[in-house]
Design a protein around this ligand. Structure first.
Ligand code: GLA
Length: 441
């Protein structure tokens, strides 16, 4: 939950009602669900009562930096971390960009090429950050990525150091944001990391609430710095789901926010993350997405069924689809999963409604996602071992509030399918049945 300093907020509200220009300069980013406005740049989100807020906001909007019209559907692209980690370099990023084009992934929607941690070098005497030797010319790299019809993303931390121990943005937020804009960066992942021990725990040793306020303020600060560049930059919050970011991330300009700790390429971790997404659906909407972390499709020892289920569930969750595999060496069957247009269409559905876990029976989960035009996606996942005819799973359409046989498309076979109430489904270990129904009854 957000916390506010009430007395200070009232004071500021009164002042700002008469000084809309001042409000504009502070970078208003959001109206809270209860009608109050959060103003990030003051240090941490202050809130103003809506009577003051509405007047002040209306006056401020005319001169305010336009808010980012980005991520109207969940961002799609590739990120270097899950496969390359600290081995990412200029060549690897160019290769990934080339392969996004050659594989047809760009045309399927994967447009962001995101450099994760370990690109950072040292700051010079003026505080200007330089990339390290792995990235000799970041601007040239960004130009190259853009020349392919793609966009480019980068990574930093609000702390002094990134998770991998490289230079973070603490005290250099404006300077770094300007640098990103100069390079032509389109996406920033901002990862909490050393901000926890070096700022939160140091400045507020035994006060969790104060620590969380410091964290929110740090995210607000970078939001303001990004907005001040005037460049539309997707803002991705990475703080592992602490303190329910889905409740406050939009008010600090977040377009997406991690909901959990890190993903790894194994089924148990993927399934644990999925289970933590149930109930978060109400926080997702165009421009604001829950982020269950980047894709592991094609990584580690995931079985094909597991890759299919992972990808299907991310689509049901309206999750960002950031491939994290070695694109130039991708197997055809992995490419087929990542480029399945029907699954991507579910993920990118313009209604922007995240799916819900409708019900579970033992280790079988049934997810539903409403789609534009009254359509519906259903995913039935067997998280356990085999459920064949000897030990069947019977789908209940009644529990899904559907009436009578439902005709749709089995997305993974590409064939028409009719689902009946009580129908027995045979789902192999960790496999999924993903169905799109255009006219559910
Ligand atoms: C954290 C993040 C990961 C990755 C690494 C990089 O663990 O959650 O996604 O960015 O840092 O160091």
């Amino acid at each position: 939950m957000m916390r506010f300093r009430k007395s200070a907020s009232l004071l500021c509200a009164a002042a700002l009602a008469f000084a809309p220009i001042a409000l504009a300069q502070t970078g208003v980013t959001a109206i809270l669900p209860d009608g109050r406005i959060a103003i990030p740049s003051i240090g941490y989100p202050f809130a103003f009562h809506k009577n003051y807020a509405a007047r002040a906001l209306a006056a401020a909007q005319a001169s305010q930096v336009p808010s980012r019209m980005v991520a109207q559907t969940p961002p799609m692209g590739w990120n270097s971390w899950n496969y390359f980690a600290e081995k990412v370099d200029d060549k690897g990023v160019r290769n990934a960009a080339d392969e996004l084009v050659a594989s047809g992934m760009r045309d399927a929607g994967y447009v962001y090429v995101n450099i994760d941690d370990t690109w950072e070098g040292q700051r010079d005497a003026s505080g200007l950050l330089h990339a390290n030797a792995k990235f000799p010319d970041m601007k040239a790299l960004a130009d190259y990525v853009h020349s392919k019809g793609l966009k480019i993303g980068i990574y930093s931390s609000p702390g002094p150091r990134t998770c991998a121990g490289y230079e973070g943005s603490l005290g250099h937020e404006e300077q770094d944001a300007q640098l990103y804009a100069q390079w032509g960066i389109d996406y920033l992942k901002y990862d909490l990391c050393s901000f926890i021990p070096d700022v939160m725990e140091k400045q507020a040793p035994n006060d969790k609430a104060a620590q969380m306020r410091l964290m929110v303020a740090a995210y607000a600060k970078m939001d303001h710095a990004l907005k001040a560049t005037g460049r539309p930059i997707v803002y991705s919050l990475c703080q592992y789901g602490w303190d329910a970011p889905w409740e406050w991330a939009p008010s600090v300009g977040g377009n997406l926010w991690r909901t959990t700790g890190d993903i790894t390429p194994d089924w148990d971790r993927i399934y644990a993350i999925v289970s933590q997404q149930a109930g978060l659906e109400k926080y997702a909407s165009p421009g604001h997405w829950n982020d269950p972390d980047m894709l592991e499709v094609g990584n580690g020892k995931l079985a094909l069924a597991e890759n299919r289920s992972h990808f299907s569930l991310w689509a049901m969750l309206a999750a960002p689809l950031l491939a994290g595999n070695d694109l130039p060496n991708m197997k055809p069957e992995i490419k087929a999963i990542l480029t399945n247009r029907d699954v991507i269409a579910i993920d990118q559905d313009r209604l922007g409604k995240q799916g819900t876990r409708a019900y579970s029976e033992g280790e079988v989960d049934v997810w539903m996602r409403p789609l534009a035009g009254g359509a519906l996606a259903i995913a039935v996942v067997n998280a356990g071992d085999n459920r064949y005819a000897t030990h069947p799973f019977d789908l209940s359409l009644t529990k899904l509030d559907l009436h009578g046989p439902q005709t749709g498309k089995d997305i993974w076979t590409g064939k028409p399918i009719t689902l009946n109430d009580g129908q027995t489904l045979e789902l192999a270990r960790h496999d999924v049945l993903l169905v799109r129904i255009d006219a559910p009854k």
